[in-house]
Design a protein around this ligand. Structure first.
Ligand code: BHK
Ligand code: ZN
Length: 428
């Protein structure tokens, strides 16, 4: 859609910011705030245009969509750039003054990204390359698809009463096998996480018998997969507020809703990197395991701690592979082995598309934070305890486009399979 510059010009100079005595203000600030980030397609047809785009990139925060960076811009190519709202006035002015042809590809990046990833009120068919809201039917159909390899059990209900269905993957066996527990969707807005658990289940079923690593894994071990840990919160990010993180529990005395499930485990609970304010996004809850979802998972792992040899939890974003501890700077007893396995897993992940992960203990690699699930599982005796922070490093952050689901899941499979193979060969 061509931009309606005429309408903007009628405002005269009013869009040009000026330096006020204490900060940069727009003359008519309330007009300005109605503009949202946009994506432009620029069409440089003169050398000056190319120079101009490169200068623009040096001076303001321009996010290049295509090509990947200013240095790759040449004459007569389409150049797609994402311009943050605060720079729109200056960009419009420069384009206008230099007669550079341009369209606005996306009028409002926020609306576009939300729209692309919208589970929405209209039911859509399940797809592994889309962000699906939690629904019983995928779990029901996948768990009945191959009774020799998959079964389900409900480990309790969420605060709002949804069943927390745990999938068990593994070749049926008369004796009990060592197991790996993996959960996704502890934090509601990290949508790539539940997408990964669904992908993992699909891949496990479809590659058993053909992929040697998957076949050995499911022959010798069971993998418990909780596709969405924080179902109430996840549902709310589809139907209410996209950036919700916590559970949806309520308590009389506070109007604020929910606690951070990854601060609610009984591991140095609420001692650091957590908030005791119920309105905070990192609220640790009123007591350890006050969140029913946390209690249900903790009860399951406690009941099965004799067989659970690894705990894997999937978050996003920042491309990290974390392990204990996060609640203290002290090194875990098995620090060097955990680090070695993490580095092997990161290398496997990177081998597919070159995606770089950083490995290390939570406290020093991301930030100190108590009450996390990985620290709790580790202290319970689950030695191989890992937190993944999937793609990306912040370009889309939680709004990772659906087109990245497939590559993200494919590369993450390699890391998870690496850890699983290591655990399988090092049963303790
Ligand atoms: C990981 C493990 C233990 C404690 C904290 C973390 C980092 C994690 C968090 O809970 O704050 C970061 C995050 O959600 C983004 O996925
Ligand atoms: Zn998270």
């Amino acid at each position: 859609m061509p931009v309606n510059l005429k309408q903007r010009r009628e405002g005269g100079g009013w869009l040009i910011p000026h330096k006020s005595h204490n900060s940069t203000y727009c003359t008519f600030g309330f007009f300005f705030v109605s503009y949202r980030d946009k994506v432009f397609r620029l069409k440089p047809v003169l050398d000056e245009h190319v120079t101009l785009i490169k200068d623009l990139a040096k001076n303001i925060e321009v996010d290049f969509w295509s090509p990947e960076g200013a240095e790759l811009v040449t004459i007569d190519m389409d150049v797609d750039i994402h311009v943050p709202a605060q720079y729109l006035n200056i960009v419009f002015t420069i384009l206008d003054q230099n007669d550079m042809e341009h369209d606005v590809l996306i009028e409002d990046v926020q609306v576009a990204v939300d729209g692309q990833a919208d589970g929405g009120p209209t039911p859509r068919a399940h797809s592994y390359t889309k962000y699906n809201n939690w629904n019983d039917s995928w779990i029901a159909s996948i768990s009945s698809s191959n009774p020799n390899l998959i079964s389900k059990q409900v480990i309790g209900n969420t605060y709002e009463g949804r069943p927390m269905t745990l999938l068990k993957l593994g070749k049926k066996s008369s004796s009990s096998k060592p197991a790996i527990f993996m959960d996704c969707g502890i934090h509601a807005r990290e949508w790539i996480s539940p997408a990964f658990c669904q992908w993992f289940v699909k891949e496990a079923l479809s590659t058993y018998g053909s992929d040697a690593q998957m076949t050995s894994l499911l022959n010798q071990m069971d993998v418990y997969v909780l596709p969405v840990f924080n179902i109430d919160g996840y549902d709310y990010t589809h139907k209410g507020s996209r950036m919700w993180r916590k559970t949806r529990s309520r308590k009389s005395g506070s109007s604020c809703i929910g606690a951070d499930p990854n601060r609610n485990f009984n591991a140095g609970w609420c001692t650091l990197g957590a908030s005791s304010n119920p309105c905070s996004d990192t609220f640790c809850g009123y007591s350890p395991e006050s969140e029913i979802e946390v209690k249900n998972v903790a009860n399951f792992i406690r009941r099965n701690k004799a067989i659970i040899k690894a705990y894997i939890t999937i978050h996003s974003y920042s491309q990290l592979l974390l392990f204990p501890y996060s609640y203290t700077y002290d090194l875990a007893q098995h620090h060097s082995e955990l680090m070695q396995v993490a580095q092997g897993a990161s290398a496997a992940l990177r081998s597919l598309y070159g995606t770089r992960y950083t490995s290390g203990p939570g406290a020093t690699t991301i930030y100190p934070a108590a009450g996390g699930s990985d620290d709790w599982a580790y202290d319970l005796g689950v030695k191989y305890s890992y937190t993944f922070e999937l793609r990306d490093t912040g370009r889309y952050g939680f709004l990772l486009p659906e087109s990245q689901i497939k590559p993200t899941c494919e590369e993450t499979m390699l890391a998870v399979k690496y850890i699983a193979a290591y655990v399988r060969k090092n049963i303790y």
